[in-house]
Design a protein around this ligand. Sequence first.
Ligand code: OOG
Ligand code: NI
Length: 316
Amino acid sequence: STTVSVSASKSDGQSKGGESFLRDTLRSMETVYLNRNPTAKSILELVHSVDDEQICYDHLAFRTFGVNGYGINSLASFFLDYGYTQKEELRFPAKKLKALWFSPPNSLSQDGGSGVNGPLPRVFISELLVDQLSPKTQEIIRKYTEKSGSGNKYAALASALGSLTWEKPLYSEFQQLAGESEYAAWTLVNGYALNHVTISTHRLKSNLKNIKSLNQFIEKNGFKLNSEGGILKVSPDGLLLQSSTVADSIPFSFSDGSNASVPCSYIEFAERLVLPEYKNLPESEIKESHRRDGFEVGNADKIFESTSKEQLTRRA
Ligand code: OOG
Ligand code: NI
């Protein structure tokens, strides 16, 4: 069987302390994610069975509560300290969310590996605009974040460990949040856990480099893709193409003793097309920097639905 998650990073013998620690942290976050989300793990193995060279991650995504220091910055500070650069902000007024994305530092290592051993991924972090929610929902979110002490200072650590920094909630509290914001309910039980990794399809070598072929291949193998607004999400400029699976669910034991299945994480696919100004470059000269960068509100708005009840309960 193929293992895509853990393999030693290439070492050229040079000291590169900061980058090694960054990659080790990403690897722990990924291990937590792969252990909890069988669909993501199977899909990575499936893609690897066809395309055995290198699977590159386009980005990693996280969710946070935008309240009292628990928002985007609680996790972003780690990435900023390890060389990431803050880029554009995206707003989702209907979902009461905002997001920021971060571009990776120039890597010192070979980048020849797969996943976290490959080219460093972009990072996408969103936050719930908690102030805009009902008093009842705000009270629950504030209670758990406040009870966690200084948990916000250890967001990256919590993500790498697969731990919540706050206590487990009551089932009724989870339901209260789910009724108002599925994002809020997800974040209450998943905390800083990796929400998804995204496979960079254009960096694959087989016909799966075409996202439409990849989508067909994934569905043919029995996996359900998020159909919100159509399977393929396309940016207005036509250059950023994205799709994603529907999240897996895991059993969660609430503090009142009840057990229920809650949505966990999903896996995404992104194809970034070559920018018009580079369209005449020979294929062999095309680098990631010649392709459409960044994110798109219209695409993201639909990808957020990958953890929604509607998508999870939808028939094939
Ligand atoms: C993030 C959804 C947006 C993208 O690539 O635009 C996104 C989430 O579900 O937290 O991943
Ligand atoms: Ni994404």
